[in-house]
Design a protein around this ligand. Structure first.
Ligand code: GLN
Length: 304
């Protein structure tokens, strides 16, 4: 298959959409990101890589960090994670509060904000230094120690994160947050502020395509059964209230973030990352979704 040719075709076909959508300017520090950016990076298990566009430029991975957070906590405490967070799609926006009250403070899944806030709380309990450990974990998965948090983005979100604060407080009232509200919010915003390029993110995500084992270092980061569960949650909950649409149009497990990134993978074959900052009304990259739909259609590869 001529992957390079396919990526170049996609780059041409998405031109009319470039610049469309909205930037996640509710986080002030993200408001200045150039909407015209586009990068797409494909990494196969045999180490061959194909790319078009701005694949080396760093962007804010935001909610894509929720996959790394889940993988790290699961590698420490296993199935206990699911006592405090469910694994059902929410069908609601990523920052919605409505289900939380009538479901007794138990978030629908780990990939919406409330779920990731509970995971953050667990990380404060079970990891000695969660801030350093998550970053080290991501660096290790990607094989790149230059990956870092962007404190400016983290602080910018902390300053306006009233809805996240409301969620943590509500969950604390139900006994599902054990630490100080401010500590949970600080750490959560820091996790969201990780910056990576398409190339780095594809390297990190390839561990999921390889069933939880590093391709180069052959380290078993998570067990096969943990991999299976994380992948299932990506498939059903990775795109908030657009998870169905993503499965329908693309057909790969993956995760999006409001920085405009989407990371996805085909088990046993490849990881693929697209970045384009213009978001659709569900908070997913408008161009990213289209580019991935074109990719799985043109290559005839998807999990279905
Ligand atoms: N940090 C963002 C928030 O909490 C993450 C949301 C996202 O990427 N969907 O709003």
């Amino acid at each position: 298959m001529d992957y390079q040719q396919i990526l170049e075709e996609i780059q041409q076909e998405i031109i009319p959409l470039i610049g469309k959508g909205t930037i996640a300017d509710y986080i002030p520090e993200l408001a200045c990101v150039d909407k015209n950016k586009f990068g797409m990076y494909l990494l196969l298990l045999d180490d061959s890589a194909y790319e078009v566009g701005d694949v080396q430029e760093l962007f804010s991975i935001q909610s894509i960090s929720k996959v790394f957070m889940l993988a790290l906590i699961i590698s420490h405490i296993g199935e206990k994670v699911y006592e405090r967070v469910n694994v059902e799609p929410s069908g609601d926006p990523f920052n919605s509060l409505v289900q939380l009250e009538y479901e007794g403070g138990i978030p629908r899944n780990p990939f919406i904000n409330s779920g990731a806030l509970v995971i953050t709380d667990m990380m404060l309990t079970h990891l000695e230094n969660p801030k350093e450990e998550l970053l080290r974990f991501v660096q290790e998965l990607a094989g790149d120690t230059s990956i870092a948090y962007n404190e400016k983005v983290a602080n910018s979100e902390k300053a306006i994160g009233f809805k996240n604060a409301a969620m943590v407080n509500l969950m604390k009232s139900f006994g599902n947050i054990h630490h100080d509200v401010e500590d949970v919010l600080d750490l959560y915003c820091t996790f969201c502020s990780i910056e990576m390029s398409c190339a780095q993110l594809a390297s990190a995500f390839r561990v999921f395509a390889n069933h939880g084992t590093g391709v180069i270092d052959t380290k078993k980061y998570i067990t096969k059964s943990q991999y299976k569960r994380i992948t299932a949650i990506m498939q059903t909950c990775g795109f908030y209230d657009e998870a169905g649409e993503f499965a329908f149009r693309v057909g790969l497990p993956g995760k999006s973030g409001v920085g405009g990134g989407i990371a996805a993978m085909l088990p046993s074959h490849y990881s693929i990352v697209v970045w384009s900052p213009g978001l659709n009304e569900k908070g997913n990259s408008l161009v990213g979704l289209k580019a991935l739909e074109l990719f799985t259609t043109k290559t005839g590869t998807s999990i279905f």
